[in-house]
Design a protein around this ligand. Structure first.
Ligand SMILES: [Zn+2]
Length: 1014
């Protein structure tokens, strides 16, 4: 799945959807036809229930007599006297928990396998025949599923998943064939003792009279009804407007555990099976699923359409998918004959907004087939653009679903960052067709196996599409590595492989640790192995586990094998377990032995668990196997590079060609997932190098040095002056990446400092570094074709220009402010927006913050009238930039109490008000006052993404605010979820930094040393 990113620079951990088409939908009354169906069914159901009751009573009386005769024994029934019990064919809408008292007669129901959070595994599904009738007029559906089962261990219980389904009929038959041979439809009906839902575990239990036999095949038939909900999970609905008319669509989101909301199934990834799906619906709609339509028929009677889809390969339930909509499409074909279609709203298709995604998808299928050396498995791939979706996208095999903002591109008004983000979401989902769909993690604890790979390949695949972007070597560092090390340096972090059992915990594993740390670890491993062996290992892994499941050890063993084939004997499993089963990462400290004067030097390398909180460091014993690459260099050249494995706390290594003025540089190109620290003399030499001739050190390492220095200082490993002195070289920096790393670190500091008395010392220092390069780069021109088409534009230059304008305007460069104001004034007076798309967000925000109320009203009006997805989002964000607290308050209240702001954007509004220094205390206060409302409205989702909580707390940094946060945690009674403990740790860290380091920090700024050597 692709999680939704919020704007760059923020903790990108949310689901901030903005969506102007879909709002709350009123359920329309059922049609007469449906009324009749339901009525008939009720009458029939009632009659059956009466009949069943009679049969059950008779059977129970007979059985209880027999049991009294036989005494105790296995396989005995407890039909009589149990409120949950129902015979075959009866209605089973009772709460299952009432039925399960443990028998005092010692029968095997005492085992109660449905009480365990995981399926018992005694039976496995082989094939599902699923037939659905979808009623778009009243948003309900009914279905019949026939599941071919193989019995693994003798059992009387069939336990599978259902959630919110009304199960009507249940029957079980024994098939003629044994497992391994095709089933013959010959078998007889099995008598069902009772069947009932067990809602606590979202399970459904069928208890049989007799045991199922191992190796034999059975068939479980169930019929059910359910609603097409308005809540983005299971089989859900949403809507859009076409020619002033509201249109509806219904689509599925099953990952991770919502297939059970749409049909009874074995809803754990390891239960792979094949699926044959048939959908019946009103002929004005189209239906789609993972596979192409095999046959289609139109009923003369009611004009309904029945689509039968081809049988799928073996797959898990969570990426099964279907949709019923009246979208149109454009299509293309790959050289190997795979049909790719992009389905969307008819007006989006006709405007060509889907063409970009369609074209890159075609190229990507070719790329992945060549890289993995495994063909795409299905005959077609549909991309479906929906107005509302809980995630950025979902990788359903052959039918991937995207929220419109992540797949539709309006080249005229979209910024290059919008296009980049969209591209990466597409690259991510296409990668999943192999990593996730073809080979699936055994269980959710290893969700990072698929998400980490897909996230890593976002960069590799985008490099294939646009080699000049240099994503994997550059942007990966700031957007993945630096961001996740910030989170993973907290003691409230967790290992990437997390144990999960309970259904409610499964959503939590989809966090940035799984995605970003997963990607960073895979990148480290790929670099240790080298490209060829890495690819060879992946190919072997995919071929060995295709149409099946794999755990991390399966991957490690294939990668180790690939290494051994080249005579390199590294136990990858042993190495990687340290990184995946332990939380956090190490800081590696390299120091030179100063006493020696030889050309061969000893260096001491030590590792310790990097943590922002000093007091928690004392007794940490975590260690890693660290692949440390080291280079030595002097003023003009880098002399050599070598790989040293660090396995112990402290090690000594010999390095050649060292002189008095040679510096050491660790973690070349930042391929490793760790920080590097040096002795102060070495820091001085590196800083001197950056000031005199930065290009000697690679772009990646320049960005890495900046990020490491700021974070080491923040955590107290380095004096506060070191990072400040280091960024003194920035006027010489011509590349985007180091500037981006610096700005990310500076905005972090800004949140700590912007309410301090001496703030201007800091902002002046930043502006001093920015000024010359900012003036040199200037502002983008807005001639036609120059912006918005990142394919031709020199991406690095545009991004650098944007970064510098953002720094200049946010830290108060007067010229930058004047330029922004001029653009806004021009827009208002001419009613023509001539602001280049790439910097609109900066200009809008700066304009709103500096100009009067009329500008706010103007932007508010534009927000309502705009139709472009990307534009609407940045207009709304700009409204939060005002320094007028009256306006901010008004915006907050309007967001929450009116429908002027789409419901999904409310959290974004609050978070962005919190990012505004003038709005921080307001957002914090508002959050606490409205907590009950927010919590009621966003419920569990709030904990899942934690965006709101981190957004309104990360800038708190006084003792008073810390105790406010503690009070809030106590009084709100919300202990669950990782967001609040993390917020508390961050705020404690902020307070500590002020107590320990603020003076030192400002002292350096008051009297910076004149030379780079300080
Ligand atoms: Zn994903």
């Amino acid at each position: 799945m692709g999680l939704n990113d919020s704007s760059p620079g923020a903790m990108r951990n949310g689901r901030g959807l903005s969506d102007q088409w879909a709002d709350s939908v009123v359920v329309r009354p059922r049609t007469t036809e449906r009324h009749i169906t339901v009525h008939k069914r009720l009458v029939l159901g009632f009659a059956l229930s009466i009949l069943t009751l009679i049969i059950v009573t008779v059977v129970a009386v007979v059985l209880s007599v027999r049991f009294e005769e036989c005494g105790s024994g296995r396989g005995r029934d407890r039909a009589a006297g149990e409120p949950g019990a129902r015979g075959a064919g009866g209605s089973a809408r009772l709460n299952g928990s009432r039925g399960e008292r443990t028998g005092d007669r010692g029968d095997d129901e005492a085992a109660q396998p449905w009480r365990s959070p995981r399926l018992p595994g005694s039976v496995r599904p082989r094939h599902y025949d699923l037939r659905l009738a979808v009623y778009m007029d009243n948003f309900t559906f009914s279905g019949e599923v026939s599941i071919e089962l193989e019995c693994v261990n003798a059992t009387r219980f069939i336990v599978l998943h259902t959630d919110r389904l009304e199960v009507d009929q249940v029957s079980v038959t024994a098939e003629g064939g044994a497992a391994g041979r095709p089933a013959r439809p010959a078998g007889g009906a099995m008598r069902i003792h009772r069947h009932f839902p067990f809602p606590a575990n979202q399970m459904y239990v069928v208890v049989l009279h007799r045991e199922l036999k191992p190796m034999r095949v059975y068939r479980l038939n169930m019929s059910f009804d359910a609603a097409i909900e308005d809540e983005l999970l299971g089989f859900f609905r949403s809507s859009y407007t076409l020619q002033r008319e509201r249109r509806y669509l219904a689509v599925t989101q099953f990952s991770p555990i919502h297939a059970r909301k749409a049909f009874p199934c074995f809803d754990e990834p390891v239960y792979k099976a094949t699926f044959s799906l048939t959908i019946r619906h009103d002929a004005q709609y189209t239906s789609l699923s993972n596979m192409p339509v095999e046959s289609s028929s139109l009923s003369d009677e009611d004009g309904w359409l029945t689509n039968r889809f081809a049988r799928t390969p073996r797959m898990s339930t969570y990426y099964l998918a279907w949709a019923v909509c009246n979208f149109t499409y454009r299509e293309t074909q790959t050289d190997s004959g795979v049909t790719i279609r992009l389905y969307a709203r008819p007006d989006a298709i006709s405007s060509g907004a889907g063409d970009y995604a369609l074209q890159i998808t075609k190229r990507l299928l070719g790329f992945y087939q060549a890289y993995f050396k495994v063909q795409y498995s299905l005959p077609k791939l549909d991309l479906l653009a929906v107005p509302k979706h809980p995630y950025a996208a979902m990788e359903n095999w052959g039918l991937s679903v995207f929220v419109e903002q992540k797949i539709l591109l309006d080249a005229e008004v979209s910024s290059s960052s919008y296009q980049m983000e969209l591209t990466m979401v597409v690259v991510h989902e296409i990668c999943h067709q192999w990593f996730g769909d073809l080979v699936t993690p055994v269980w959710w604890e290893d969700v990072w196996l698929k998400e980490g790979f897909a996230h890593f390949f976002e960069y590799v695949g985008t490099d294939f599409l646009f080699p000049k972007w240099n994503m994997e070597k550059q942007r990966f560092l700031t957007d993945v590595l630096h961001e996740v090390m910030l989170l993973d340096g907290l003691r409230s972090s967790h290992p990437i492989s997390q144990e999960v059992e309970q259904a409610t915990d499964i959503n939590r594993v989809f966090d940035w640790i799984a995605y970003k740390k997963g990607a960073a670890l895979i990148r480290m491993l790929a670099n240790v192995m080298g490209q060829t062996l890495f690819q060879k290992g992946l190919n072997d892994y995919l071929l060995s586990h295709m149409y099946s499941n794999a755990a991390r050890d399966d991957l490690w063993s294939k990668l180790s094998q690939a290494m051994r084939s080249e005579g390199r004997d590294i136990d990858i499993g042993e190495m990687m377990d340290r990184w995946t089963l332990q939380m956090g990462y190490p800081v590696v400290t390299i120091s030179k032995d100063q006493s020696e004067q030889l050309t061969t030097h000893n260096i001491t390398v030590s590792q310790e668990h990097f943590l922002y909180g000093q007091e928690v460091r004392s007794n940490n014993s975590l260690q890693w196997q660290v692949p440390l690459t080291v280079a030595v260099g002097n003023a003009s050249t880098v002399c050599s590079e070598s790989l040293i494995w660090i396995n112990n706390k402290t090690e000594t290594h010999r390095i050649h060609q060292m002189h008095e003025n040679t510096w050491l540089l660790g973690n070349i190109n930042q391929t490793g997932y760790f920080r590097v620290n040096y002795d102060l003399q070495n820091w001085k030499l590196l800083i001197q190098q950056l000031h005199s001739s930065p290009q000697i050190i690679s772009v990646g390492n320049r960005a890495g040095l900046i990020d490491d220095a700021f974070n080491l200082a923040r955590a107290g490993y380095l004096p506060q002056g070191v990072p400040l002195q280091l960024i003194g070289y920035l006027p010489e920096e011509t590349s985007f990446l180091p500037w981006h790393a610096a700005s990310q670190a500076l905005y972090q500091l800004d949140k700590l400092l912007d309410r301090t008395d001496e703030y201007s010392l800091f902002s002046d220092y930043v502006l001093k570094q920015v000024a010359s390069r900012y003036h040199q780069m200037g502002w983008p021109s807005n001639g036609p074709g120059h912006e918005g088409n990142v394919l031709q534009a020199s991406y690095q230059t545009e991004e650098l220009q944007r970064e510098l304008i953002m720094l200049a305007c946010s830290f108060g460069n007067k010229q930058c402010h004047r330029q922004a104001v001029a653009y806004i004034s021009d827009w208002i007076s001419s009613n023509k927006n001539r602001i280049p798309p790439n910097i609109r967000d900066i200009v809008y925000c700066t304009g709103v913050s500096l100009m009067d109320e009329d500008v706010w009203e103007f932007i508010w009006m534009k927000f309502h009238s705009s139709n472009a997805v990307s534009e609407k989002k940045i207009l709304l964000e700009a409204l939060t930039c005002s320094d007028n607290t009256f306006l901010l308050n008004r915006l907050l209240n309007l967001s929450l109490t009116s429908d002027l702001v789409p419901e999904q954007d409310v959290i974004d509004v609050i978070v962005h008000v919190g990012r505004n220094p003038q709005g921080r205390s307001l957002a914090w206060k508002y959050f606490r006052e409205k907590w009950e409302v927010l919590n009621a409205r966003y419920g569990e989702a709030l904990f899942m993404n934690s965006k709101l909580i981190s957004g309104v707390t990360e800038f708190l940094n006084t003792e008073k605010e810390l105790s406010e946060l503690k009070d809030f945690i106590l009084s709100s009674g919300v202990g669950a979820g990782p967001a609040l403990p993390r917020a508390l740790e961050i705020v404690e860290g902020n307070v500590r930094w002020h107590r320990l380091y603020r003076r030192q920090f400002y002292q350096w700024l008051r009297k910076p040393p004149s030379s780079a050597l300080g």
